[in-house]
Design a binder for this molecule. Structure first.
Ligand code: FAD
Length: 506
């Protein structure tokens, strides 16, 4: 970062007085900073350049920024940028100001991660919205505690995942991350710092959870903690039959007493999908066994499950696990087990990331598509999408996740959108492309999937949604559109926040 303090007005939407505000020394219009702040993991949306980047050192810097914009007759837009792991420019702001949330970390008075014991006799962590989940994990483990709900990948910010939902194989048991927040401090689109919870300013609280950054910038979230296990039993089982695979997944997520802590699943289509960047798991000898199986089946299914344990349960864990897998219909001889630390399991994607970075395959376009598919339609989805549209492509271009979860722990007052059925599947096409041409092919495939689901009425919902028309957004939110709009009018009436989501500026 350079050129701080030597600023000039850049865009017609930002008046010159802006650059003489108290925060001007923390603003940059340097072209390298502008370019850097307008990048994201997706690498699909380009040239959405902000006019300036704010590197806040305290919460008041963000309040000053938003209040200044709010008081203008023609305000400029502001996007909080967490770790920039969006796929389609969701943290960008054309001619506006990007707030690099990470720079709050440079202030010692910042919230950081603070563990507390509350009057309801539970433990919580007060966590800055800019914190990465890996740092939340490390800090809470110092107290023998940890959050209960995770994402597969931990280098995402608390503010970024709470703006979506924060999901992984723990959701069926503990709910998404947004269901494990007790209280938040949020700066609204009017520049007001508001503390909110289920009981206090609840409209803002529920609006912000899964609210795609539309109602406020999350400054602090109080996250539910529980005693952390020390180790996990990590099991994968292979199936050659989708129906058996999903039936077993559904059975496993239905066990609540003494059940599992994590259930996921994925498609395996050729050797490269044995150990992908999401985690390396199979030993070379097991790989050879699986490769011969894959030569007989175009698609295999891998059920992945985890049970946590610690010193107190170390003697009984194997017996418990044995009971849990009794009667499951995986292919005989194709169950594989690992015993790893809790951190090794939660941080499993990091190793794959480092390997891909070394091969120059991490910083590439990622045309991802993430969907929620109602249970009643998953067989039809399998036949039309996995067994037809996906098989037509020459090779897998990344992990394809498929696992069921339950509505039970999602509060319908939150902004997040899920299907109406009690059980629905989380399906993720996590494509990496070698360049723009392949990215286009994969994106066309995504469109084909969406068009098919729409045409036959599979009632799917997009996760990390992206739409190009207002009608599509209205359809996405369904009955909740009205309240979503009302909340926008209440908390961000001038439509300043997170314009990159493309909801209110279409
Ligand atoms: P950014 O991309 O920086 O921002 C995302 C949106 O949130 C933007 O609109 C931004 O303006 C807004 N925002 C950012 N910070 C704040 C804040 N403090 N307050 C209010 N709004 C804010 N998701 C899952 O649920 N489960 C997974 O397992 C999972 N795995 C992933 C793995 C990888 C490799 C990647 C790239 C993404 C994954 N995601 C997953 C998706 C991820 O949760 C979202 O893209 C998330 O928004 C990224 O967080 P971020 O900090 O990078 O946010």
């Amino acid at each position: 970062m350079s050129n701080l303090g030597k600023l000039k007005p850049w865009s017609p939407s930002i008046p010159p007085e802006f650059f003489s505000l108290n925060i001007s020394s923390k603003l940059s219009t340097n072209s390298d900073d502008i370019k850097e702040s307008s990048k994201d993991f997706g690498k699909i949306v380009q040239k959405i350049l902000p006019a300036a980047v704010l590197y806040p050192s305290c919460v008041n810097d963000i309040i000053d920024l938003i209040q200044f914009s709010y008081d203008l007759s023609v305000p400029f837009q502001v996007a909080a940028k967490g770790h920039g792991h969006s796929i389609r420019g969701q943290a960008m702001a054309q001619n506006g100001v990007i707030v690099e949330m990470n720079s709050l970390n440079n202030n010692n008075e910042n919230c950081g991660v603070r563990v507390s014991w509350e009057s309801d006799l539970r433990f919580y962590a007060d966590v800055g919205g800019e914190q990465l989940w890996i740092d939340v994990l490390r800090s809470t483990l110092e107290y023998g505690l940890a959050p209960v709900s995770w994402t597969d990948y931990l280098y995402l910010t608390v503010g970024g995942t709470l703006s979506n939902a924060g999901i992984s194989g723990q959701v069926f048991q503990y709910g998404p991350q947004i269901s494990n927040v007790h209280e938040m401090d949020v700066i609204t689109g009017k520049g007001e710092l508001v503390t909110c919870s289920k009981d206090k300013n609840s409209e803002l609280f529920f609006g912000v959870l899964g609210g795609l950054g539309q109602f406020g910038i999350i400054i602090r979230a109080k996250i539910v903690l529980d005693k952390a296990p020390t180790r996990v039993k990590w099991v994968r089982m292979l199936y050659d039959d989708f129906s058996k695979f999903t039936k077993d997944q559904e059975y496993l997520i239905s066990i609540h007493h003494n059940g599992l802590d994590y259930v996921e699943g994925s498609l395996m289509m050729e050797q490269s999908s044995l150990n992908n960047w999401r985690s390396s798991f199979f030993s070379p000898s097991n790989q050879a066994k699986i490769v011969s199986l894959l030569s007989q089946n175009k698609i295999m299914y891998c059920l992945e499950m985890v049970k946590y344990y610690d010193d107190h349960t170390a003697n009984t864990i194997d017996e418990e696990l044995k009971k849990l897998v009794q009667g499951l219909n995986y292919l005989g001889g194709f169950m594989f087990k690992k015993d790893v630390t809790f951190v090794e399991f939660l941080n499993r994607v990091r190793k794959g990331q480092i390997e891909l970075e070394l091969k120059g395959m991490w910083d590439v376009p990622h045309p991802w598509l993430n969907l929620f598919v109602p249970k009643s339609n998953i067989m039809q989805f399998n036949a039309a999408v996995f067994e037809d549209i996906i098989l037509r492509q020459n090779k897998p271009t990344g992990p394809i996740l498929v696992y069921p979860t339950s509505r039970k722990r999602w509060d319908d007052r939150m902004s997040a959108i899920i299907p109406h059925e009690e059980i629905f599947y989380i399906v993720g096409f996590l494509h990496s492309s070698s360049g723009i041409d392949e990215c286009k092919i994969l994106d066309d495939q995504n469109k084909e999937i969406l068009n098919y689901c729409d045409k036959v009425g599979l009632n799917i919902k997009q996760y990390l949604p992206h739409y190009n028309t207002k009608e599509d957004w209205i359809k996405h939110f369904g009955k909740k559109w009205h309240i979503f709009q009302q909340r926008k009018t209440q908390f961000d009436p001038k439509k300043i926040l997170s314009p990159g989501q493309n909801i209110f500026n279409l």
